[in-house]
Design a protein around this ligand. Structure first.
Ligand code: ASP
Length: 356
């Protein structure tokens, strides 16, 4: 398999996704067997936004494959502080590395980077939009702890509006048969409409809930998320939203013994520490599966030796994306790219409809 980039898991053919998940499973059985597989490869991590787990698990994954690392996690200490564009940074660093891993507060930044990189680009989180490698982690965890990716009732509880891990997860999991999503949040933090539409277009069902107690007994998976403070305009709204949904031992007592609790972490206060020792808590094991999932992805993506810069793209339409968090608002040289859908033009970088 020769993957060029991983911007979104829906870029992969189902067989490619299955292959990565299967490979992650194989690696988990005997990780040291793979220790030389990326021996002469270099991974660059371009982190424009704070990260602990994602950055370290990518770094650990590459080191465990025998590869080497370059990069930055504080753009203030790089040429970005001198005003360098994303395009130039990516053009330069992709001459030094075999794969770029990018995290940015801007939606669509990884896609933008992939337009100029001479090596594959992995999206490690683009603002409140997507986080595909967390989804690889989540699917690997589900394979191991629940044993299947279809016929599941999945509760998503917390910040479904801004949680990029939720967005990537529902987008991918709704491609598997017969999954049912119970969206548990305040009305203000509900899942964006375009993702609700995608779930139903994929043949899965969506339900809405404002009560974790009422919804928990039916769930096979409960995916908790933190309220994404950094995506709020001000502290006041954040204060109103935080602490509304908390999973504690009393609520967990209402759940099936076989239910699994996942969380991309970091946790703030949405899961009480008393839940950590319950056998249903899978969120710490999840971080280990993330390592194997990233090892599998890095190995597959660095099999691609094609170092061509993609051809320059031209604007596809006169239209402009109105999302203030879209990378096209910051990096003005980017071509304006849209998909034509039944709902009208949709920005390829951030998935927002032009009419929104
Ligand atoms: N670590 C995850 C992310 O980067 C979840 C979170 O920050 O809440 O999106």
């Amino acid at each position: 398999m020769h993957l060029r980039d991983l911007i979104d898991l829906t870029d992969l053919r189902p067989s490619e996704l299955t292959d990565i998940l299967r490979f992650a499973g194989e690696i988990s059985q005997n990780p040291s067997y793979y220790c030389g597989n990326c021996q002469h490869k270099i991974m660059a991590t371009l982190f424009y936004e704070p990260s602990t787990r994602t950055q370290m698990s990518f770094q650990a994954a590459m080191l465990r494959l025998g590869g080497k690392l370059i990069g930055f996690d504080d753009p203030e200490n790089s040429s970005v502080a001198k005003g360098e564009t994303l395009k130039d940074t990516v053009r330069v660093i992709s001459n030094y590395a075999d794969v770029l891993v990018i995290r940015s507060p801007w939606e669509g930044a990884a896609l933008a980077a992939s337009l100029y990189a001479r090596c594959p680009v992995i999206n490690a989180g683009d603002g409140g939009h997507l986080h595909p490698t967390q989804t690889l982690t989540d699917l690997t965890t589900l394979n191991y702890t629940v044993g299947r990716l279809e016929n599941l009732t999945v509760g998503l509880c917390g910040d479904n509006k801004n949680g990029r891990t939720v967005h990537s997860l529902v987008r991918t999991l709704s491609r598997y048969k017969n999954n049912r999503f119970v969206l548990i949040s305040t009305p203000q933090l509900t899942l964006p409409q375009y993702l609700q539409d995608e779930i139903t277009a994929n043949g899965c069902t969506v339900e809405f809930s404002h009560s974790l107690e009422k919804s928990i007994p039916a769930l096979e998976v409960l995916y908790m998320t933190r309220i994404q403070k950094e995506r709020f305009g001000g502290d006041e709204e954040y204060e109103r939203q935080k602490g509304v949904f908390v999973l504690d031992a009393a609520k967990l007592a209402l759940a099936k013994p076989s239910m699994r609790v996942l969380h991309p972490l970091p946790r703030v206060d949405e899961i009480s520490v008393e839940v950590d020792d319950d056998p249903r808590a899978a969120y710490f094991a999840q971080t280990e599966y993330g390592l194997y999932a990233r090892m599998a992805l890095i190995q597959r993506i660095t099999e691609n030796e094609d170092r061509q810069v993609p051809p320059t793209l031209a604007d596809t339409h006169q239209a402009r994306c109105g999302n203030p968090r879209c990378i096209t608002q910051k990096e003005e040289y980017l071509p304006h790219l849209f998909r034509e859908t039944a709902a009208g033009l949709v920005c390829k970088y951030c998935d927002r409809a032009v009419s929104e």
